[in-house]
Each structure stands twice: as C-alpha cells, then as structure tokens.
Design a binder for this molecule. Structure first.
Ligand code: PRP
Ligand code: URA
Length: 205
C-alpha cells in the first residue's frame, strides 16, 4: 500500500489545532499553511533528481536539482489552502486547477472547472486536504492520468479509510500522503473525527 502518514509530532500538533472547532478562519488558514510544509517535505522526498555543480564563494561543489518540472493541481476550493506553501518552496511549479463540488445529499462530486497545463512527462501532485469517500480525488486523478504525466501523487491532510481504499483499488501505484488516517465516514460522509467542512472553515462560509 502506497499510503504515507506524516505523523511528525509538530505536524500532529498543528493538525490538532486545525481540528479544534473553536479555531477561527484566519488561524485555520495559517495552520493549513504550516502543516502543508510538512506535507511538501515528505511528498517530494522520492522525486527524481539530477546532479548539478555550483560555485560557492569558497569553491565549487556538487549539488542536486529536480530532474523534471513539477505541476501542482489543487482541487477547488479547499486545495487552495495548500497552494501558497508549494509556490513558496517550489516557485517554478506550474499550477493546474480542478473544480469539484460534492452534492450535499449524495456526496457525489460534480465537476465545474478544469484548467490543466501540459502534463506529459511531468511529475504531478494533486492537493486536496480532505480525502473522504475519495470520489473527488478519483475524478481529478482520472483527468490527470489521462494527460500522460510521468508520475502522480495525492497529497491530503485528513483521509478516511473509505477514500484510501477507493484510490488504491483504482490506482494501485498512487502514493497517497496524509497527516492522519481517521476512523471512518459518518452518515453524511464526513470524516470522523475529521475537522468538519474544510472549505467552509477555510473561507468562513
Ligand atoms: C470537499 C473536500 C474534497 C471533498 C472530499 O470539497 O475539499 O474536495 O469534499 O470529499 P470526497 O472524498 O467524498 O469526494 P467540497 O465538495 O465540500 O467543496 P469545497 O472544497 O468547495 O468546499
Ligand atoms: N469534505 C470536508 O470538507 N470534510 C469532510 O469531512 C468530508 C468532505
């Protein structure tokens, strides 16, 4: 199974504050940004690199650079919470957008926007903090895989077993990164314990 749980104590500390129902949207946004740095470090660990040579002020030395150009694809809206940290750490990434919205009754994801850059031969990270039924992520992944990328990874913050199972059966080689594998989904297909509606908490809606 390609599930990676990012459980550094500081990441868990930040996630605990994110879960707190009394955390207001401004603090919630800051916490998302902080936690995403941990997700970046872990999710990019296996990216292919090439050797490069650099002159320091003292002498030349060997270093590395990413071999392929990277694309990040936040799933709207909630995935936007994870975008800025990626742009800060990796300013050369290209950004694609997938707009998906779950129906409040059926929890089926409806597509309302799609804008992807060239993905052929590139490494793609899909960003969505909540992996619940997995329906939204699966739809986004089908679009992305259809464009012939070199590799794809899913980066979330909280995942439910149901969503992880759906993605691993549909895409057995897909690495999934999350800060927590929670217990289950409730009757409304919300993650429990989860943190509630991520998009609403992020944007104060
Ligand atoms: C949330 C979340 C995911 C999706 C996860 O988005 O951000 O995209 O639900 O649920 P799933 O795994 O069952 O598909 P939502 O549809 O609420 O839209 P929003 O981000 O605009 O709030
Ligand atoms: N979307 C959310 O924002 N939260 C959940 O728990 C499930 C889907």
């Amino acid at each position: 199974m390609a599930l990676h749980i990012v459980d550094h104590p500081l990441a868990v500390h930040i996630l605990t504050l994110l879960r707190d129902k009394d955390t207001d949207p401004a603090h919630f946004r800051n916490l998302c940004e902080q936690l995403t740095y941990f997700m970046i470090v872990e999710s990019t660990r296996e990216l292919k690199t090439k050797d490069v040579f650099v002159e320091t002020p003292v002498e030349g030395c060997q270093g590395i650079a990413l071999e392929r150009s990277l694309v990040v694809v936040p799933i709207l809206r909630a995935g936007l919470a994870m975008l800025q940290p990626f742009l800060k750490v990796l300013p050369d990434v290209s950004v694609g957008y997938v707009g998906l919205e779950r129906d409040e009754t059926t929890a089926q994801a409806r597509s309302y926007y799609l804008k992807l850059p060239e993905l052929k031969g590139r490494d793609v990270l899909i960003l969505d903090p909540m992996l619940a039924t997995g329906g939204s992520a699966k739809k986004a992944l089908e679009q992305v895989y259809g464009e012939g990328p070199a590799s794809v990874m899913m980066v979330s913050i909280v995942a439910a077993p149901e969503g992880v199972d759906l993605l691993t059966s549909a895409f057995p080689d897909l690495p999934i990164f999350t800060a927590s594998l929670d217990r289950a989904l409730n009757g409304q297909r919300f993650i429990v314990p989860g943190l509630g509606d991520f998009g609403d908490r992020l944007f104060g809606t």
